[in-house]
Every structure is written in C-alpha cells, then in structure tokens.
Design a protein around this ligand. Sequence first.
Ligand code: NAD
Length: 464
Amino acid sequence: MRRKTILLEQSSIRDILEAQRQFFATGKTKNVDFRIEQLKRLKQAVSDYQEQITAAVKADLNRPKFEAYFELSFLTEISDTIKKLKSWTKPKKVDTPIEQFPAGAKIYPEPLGVVLIISPWNYPFQLAISPLLGAIAAGNCAIVKPSEIATNTSKVVADLIAHTFEPAYVAAITGGVEISQQLLTEKFDYIFFTGGTRVGKIVIEAAAKNMTPVTLELGGKSPCIVESDIQLEYTAKRITWGKFINAGQTCVAPDYLLVNQAVKSDLLEKIKQYIYEFYGENPASSPDYCRIINEQQFSRLTDLLKDGKIVVGGESQPGDRYIAPTVIEGISWDSPIMQEEIFGPILPVLEYSDLSEAIALVNSRPKPLALYFFSINKDNQRRVLRETSSGNVCINDTVVQFAVTSLPFGGVGNSGIGSYHGKASFNTFSHYKSVLNKGLWFDLSIRYAPYKNKVNLIKKVIFK
Ligand code: NAD
C-alpha cells in the first residue's frame, strides 16, 4: 500500500489521467456488480478510518467528536445506493408517438468517463468523499482534489483513497491552488466543484474551454426569516444550533436573521440563553465549540465584529483562532457584514415589520443556497415558497435539509449549478442516453418525397 502512495506522488497529473482513461475504456466500471463492490470497499474504508477522520477534523477545526461524525453521515447514503443501484442503472422504457410505429424508446444511464472532484475545507472529508460515491455509483473513474487548507483531513482523504482504490480507477491529488489550476487545464468528462462563488467562476471558465459540464456547489448569504407567529423555544434553539455548529463554517448555516420586529427582543433573549446552554458561560473552554480554520479567515471575521452593537459574544483570541458565538444588531444592508458570506460564528440581525418587506429584501439580493423560514402559519409558509427562489428551503429548522438524501442538494443562480445526494448524485454523474429502436416490418411512407398532397396529413399529425 505504501508503494502505491509513492507511485502516485511520482506520477504526473497527466499520467494518472491517462491511466484512468485507459481503465475506463476497458469497460470494467460499466459493470454494476463492479460498482457495488467498489461502494462496499469505500464504505468499509470510511468505517476503518473513522478514528483518523475524527482526529483530523479535530486538528483542523477543533471539531468535537460528535460533530466530527457529521462528516461520516453519508455512510447511510452509500448503503442506500448499494441497495438501489441495480434499479437506477436499468434502461427506462418511455412512450413513443404513434407516427413512429413500430418503435421502442428507452433511456440508458451511462457513465461520463473520468471526473474531477474539487472540495473545500469546512467539511473537508464529507465534501470530498460524498460526491465520489455518486461518481462511483454512476460508473466513472475519478480524481479527487481535497482542500489544502484543511491540511490534516486532506492527508487522511488521500491516504484512504490510496489504500482503497487503484490510482487508475480513483486517485487523490493533494496540493494547493496551483494543483487545482493545473487540473483545470486538463480535459475531464465532468467537474464537480464545491467551494466559494469566486472560485466557482474560475472553474466554470476553465471548464468551458474544454466543453466540460460542471456542478458548482457554492455558497452565499442564506437568510433566516423569522415571522411573529413562531414556536419561540424551538425557533431559538434550532437557529442557535445551525449557526454555531462548526463555528458557523457551514455552507448552509443561516447567514443572517431577518426577524419580525414584534418578536425580535424575545428571540434574541432566547438565542442568548441557548448559546449559554450549549457552550457555557465561556465558550472558549467548551469542548463542543470549534475554532476558525486559519489566520486569514480569523482576521477576516474579526474585522466583521467591528460592525453594529453586540448582543452576545464578540470576544476573540488570535492564539487559538477562537471567536465567540456572536449576535450583532444595529446592522444595515450597507454594512460590510452584509456584503459577503460570513462563514463564521457571527449572526447579524436585521428586522422588518411586514412579511412582504422581508420577501422583497431577500429577492433584491443574489439567490441564496438555503432559505430558512420560521412561522407556524401555513399560508405564510406557502407564500415564502412561492415568492422567493433559493437552492433549498427548510421551514422551522436550519441546516438539517442537507441530511435528507431524497432531496437533491444544490444552489441556484450565484449559489450554484446542479445538485447531488442520493439519486441526484447518480443522475449528476450519468449521461442519460436516449435510444430509439425502430422495427423493420413496417414503414410509414408519409415522410418520403414526393410530398404532393401530403401537407394536410402532416398538419393533422402536428395539430392533433
Ligand atoms: P474555495 O472556493 O476557496 O476553495 C475550494 C477549492 O478550490 C479548494 O480545493 C481550493 O484548492 C480550490 N481553489 C481555490 N482557489 C482556486 C483557484 N484560484 N483556482 C482553482 N482552484 C482553486 O472555497 P473554501 O474556502 O475551501 O470553502 C468555502 C466556500 O465553500 C464557502 O463559500 C462555502 O459556502 C462553500 N461551500 C459550499 C458547499 C455546498 O455544498 N454548496 C459546501 C461547503 C462549502
């Protein structure tokens, strides 16, 4: 196994890519039993590596063990995919119009070839390996480029892949931006990118040069609208949880609160109470509170603390990159904190008096990845769904929609292109090939020249 890793380090990106192309061309990955076997290997490997994974995310983000296991939550998705893969890979018969008679039409899912997966640092294991499960299920070869910023987890990802798969089938290539840029100059059959919108634009531009299709799983400012008719306890508890797990470094964390002024002070009081309940008087000494990934992010975030009036938190310690769970009010839409995705444990609070105002404010900004709406009123729930656009929505909770694998997960507009999870992952990494198979025992002659007086006939077919 060590030998394999050394070989991989010595090979150039192009060598690996070429080896994968050749392996794909053998047709081995098209065999569904082969794919199931590989998914089982992946599942076993993740289970075998759980100590290394949880230790690595602890080292990278001070992630408590409980939250570290979020990184492995896609294991249930592997089991489900193994169970359903045979049915997903079967060609699906579809209707054919009578004028095509005799004919049969079917849609065949087929693998795309060699795919590239580029992942970010915030859930550094899950976001590298969970797309890979879709790529394997759909019968592709894959190169995974984990984030260089989560140094420890990146090593575990590379090690797990090197010990589980032949590099000619699945390989991890570690390295920084230069490696990512080098990979992007190559021709892949698909690129699956998770990261920020800025880099997403670079990826799609590079992909366009090779006509490579992409999925872009991006971020943005996900609003959390809180109406006056709420169940106060659970609302406060669920917002506090979703905002401060992983110290706010979650792509679907509520970015800011947009709260009806009638409940604002009660809600903020409760959020404050739950911060104390979850992390104690001094969250810096809580075993359950994460740290900021690096100094660059730490300094970006501490700059944002200068805005508005602090309701709770606000403390920071550069030594261990600690920023307290913080809630800030007195923020305007022009404040620096409202100009970029926060991606840290700072929750700005804005208020509104009428739901129409909140909807208009959300709609005046780029389409977010997630939108949260707290209200027990069904009409208002329907209204928000109808009148706003976002990658996904969760009503009366935060973040947990990510874990429902029957819901395709992805953004819209600036928050991304495409989706994955469950069957959506299989779809993403497949090409659905349309096949029409015509019978030869009968031939409808209307389409052939001379057309003479067939115009009425074609009109009948078209306007039927
Ligand atoms: P990032 O865009 O900086 O980096 C992501 C990957 O891109 C890394 O592997 C990095 O090496 C590579 N990269 C960086 N700069 C590059 C360049 N100039 N050219 C080519 N490749 C480059 O993102 P990040 O900081 O690691 O992650 C945070 C962002 O990711 C946030 O915006 C967050 O919302 C988003 N995110 C989205 C999801 C989702 O599922 N939609 C999940 C997690 C994070």
